[in-house]
Write a protein that binds this ligand. Structure first.
Ligand code: AMP
Length: 186
């Protein structure tokens, strides 16, 4: 199964993505995690990406696509988390999946209002100390989401491929809704 989970920063993609991939026994591909691993390793890609991440900006498409392209079609199934975030990335994903004749099965959008997102991100800053969870960066990431990533949701909606779930409530409640969406496909 190939599933994209989609939503603004703080919507719960990471938490739910890990759980879903485990449950379905498929790969969890999270570009944010891949980038943080590169930053921690001090690689050239990591050093470049860090400058964008610390500002709350998106890492350029060519860097992201170069990093993830070969993995898009490698596994039998995957949960994509945090990718695609731009129309160019969505088109790359479409092309890759079309080439390998392995279409997306689901694209699931987590709906959470902005006040709740900001609350969660501020909380996460205290708990995890992520360097991009400062108040200025949080606002910037929300704006970047509205400007560059929300159009990707519209793109998938046009293709009639999006299932929307309520992303509020406890992680268990959200996970139940997510599983229902994955199973029903409606
Ligand atoms: P995340 O963990 O998904 O919230 O990602 C953290 C940061 O990594 C984002 O704010 C971006 O700077 C960068 N990032 C992650 N995924 C992407 C992507 N698909 N395209 C561009 N930048 C990304």
């Amino acid at each position: 199964m190939r599933i994209v989970i989609f939503g603004p920063p703080g919507a719960g993609k990471g938490t739910q993505g890990v759980r879903l991939a485990e449950k379905l026994n498929i790969t969890h591909l999270a570009t944010g995690d891949m980038l943080r691993a590169e930053v921690a390793a001090g690689s050239k890609l990591g050093n470049l990406a860090k400058q964008y991440m610390d500002r709350g900006d998106l890492v350029p498409d060519d860097v992201i696509i170069g990093m993830i392209r070969s993995q898009l079609t490698e596994s039998d199934g995957m949960v994509l988390d945090g990718f695609p975030r731009t129309i160019a990335q969505a088109k790359t994903l479409d092309d890759a999946l079309e080439e390998s004749n392995t279409p997306l099965d689901r694209s699931i959008y987590f709906n959470v209002d902005r006040d709740e997102l900001v609350r969660r991100l501020i909380n996460r800053a205290t708990e995890q100390g992520r360097s991009d969870d400062t108040p200025e960066t949080i606002n910037r990431r929300m704006d970047v989401y509205d400007e560059q990533t929300a159009p990707v949701l519209d793109y998938y909606k046009t293709l009639g491929k999006v299932l929307e779930i309520d992303g509020t409530g406890t992680p268990d409640e959200v996970f139940d809704r997510l599983l229902d969406a994955v199973k029903s496909g409606s």
